[in-house]
Design a protein around this ligand. Structure first.
Ligand code: ATP
Length: 355
């Protein structure tokens, strides 16, 4: 069976010659919350806009609910979109803005009022109902745009950074609401974000893009625990992963002066292979010098609340680990940090792929 949204060999070349999408394939299941992530300029917005019909494709096909929509007008695709430049109707009140798509769809007045109120309450804008868009802040305008999309109940939601203008607390609340409503309604949702924690928190599955192609596709847990290549490894995680150049010698990974035992990962590597050892600071702990980790001078301590992020300098090599609050070492002291072998990954230095 094919997915609810099918993107086949999609290429988009802008008139100035920029190739924003490069023969991209993607399949999204019915009811899935799917996140598109990647660095600025990788093509996330262009992909979303082509699915929404706001951008003409250069080549390839798009299907929604088993119907080809490649050349169908945006208004005929039964989707609701919220983009960075959330276009509200300036002459309408907040209430009229939220209700407008429902009016167009000839939803009965009572139901319309109910849907408007539910969405407005959830996004905490019910006290702004009579104002015009010019009389509310950017963050409030963004919430009106999300409420309008939410009240519509289409087949597919397309969100491009819909919460980017909200402050941190509101953003967390709005994100919980988005996820909850998406679950309740079961509407397939594609979210573009550059915030990897938002993507990990919301998505059932996600994709990381680079240069108009998908570099990895999978569940948030797969992204966190087994990034498929160095590009994704360096991109995902709120504290950056340790990525350390090394070589396989006698079945151990030699990194600088340290010999690290990673029996699980080295099984698939070959003797003499140049590798990059990857381990999240969360899986690196303070150990005794005899246990075979990295030994170095404590350079920096960063307070993460429940933990400290410790950076040690091992002869010019910087290694990071986390220690519980209250157990942090003294800056300048010499300590050892040991990666959890089960959580340590090896990448081929040349290809950048996970071994
Ligand atoms: P961001 O996170 O910064 O929004 P993005 O991943 O969404 O980035 P896109 O906006 O899809 O990236 O852009 C992909 C590429 O296409 C970029 O190189 C961008 O400069 C280019 N691009 C986007 N829109 C146009 C346009 N209308 N004309 C020409 N080039 C464009």
């Amino acid at each position: 069976m094919s997915g609810f949204v099918e993107v086949k060999n999609l290429t988009k070349i802008f008139p100035n010659g920029t190739k924003a999408l490069d023969s991209l394939n993607l399949s999204i299941e019915q009811g899935e919350f799917f996140a598109l992530l990647g660095p600025s300029g990788c093509g996330k917005t262009t992909l979303l806009r082509t699915i929404g019909g706001l951008e003409q494709v250069t080549d390839g096909e798009i299907y929604i609910d088993n119907t080809e929509v490649t050349y169908v007008e945006p208004g005929d695709r039964n989707i609701a979109m919220v983009f960075q430049d959330y276009a509200l109707y300036p002459h309408m009140s907040v209430e009229e803005n939220i209700g407008y798509p429902l009016k167009v769809r000839k939803i009965e007045k009572g139901l319309r009022a109910e849907r408007i109120l539910t969405a407005a309450q959830a996004l905490q804008i019910q006290n702004l109902m009579d104002r015009k868009p010019s009389q509310i802040s950017g963050g409030q305008q963004q919430r009106v745009a999300v409420a309008r999309a939410m009240a519509t109940r289409p087949n597919l939601y397309l969100f491009d950074e819909p919460l980017s203008n909200l402050d941190a607390r509101l953003r967390l609340e709005a994100r919980t609401f988005l996820k909850q409503l998406q679950r309740e309604l079961g509407v397939t949702t594609i979210l573009v974000t550059h915030d990897q924690s938002e993507s990990l928190a919301l998505a059932d599955r996600m994709a990381v893009m680079e240069l108009g192609t998908i570099r990895q596709l999978g569940s948030p847990a797969e992204f966190f625990h087994r990034p498929a290549n160095l590009f994704v490894a360096s991109f995902i995680g709120s504290t950056p992963m340790n990525l350390l150049d090394g070589k396989i010698v006698n079945g151990m990974v030699h990194v600088g002066d340290s010999h690290i035992n990673v029996p699980f990962a080295t099984k698939s590597a070959s003797e003499g292979q140049n590798v990059v050892l990857g381990v999240r600071p969360e899986y690196v702990s303070v150990s005794s010098p005899q246990s075979g980790g990295f030994t170095g001078v404590v350079k920096v301590l960063e307070n993460l609340g429940t933990h400290y992020l410790v950076s040690i300098d091992c002869n010019g090599l910087l290694v990071r680990g986390t220690v519980p609050d209250g157990e942090e070492p003294t800056p300048g002291s010499i300590i050892s940090l040991l990666p959890d072998p089960k959580r340590t990954l090896l990448y081929d230095k040349k290809s950048g792929d996970l071994i």
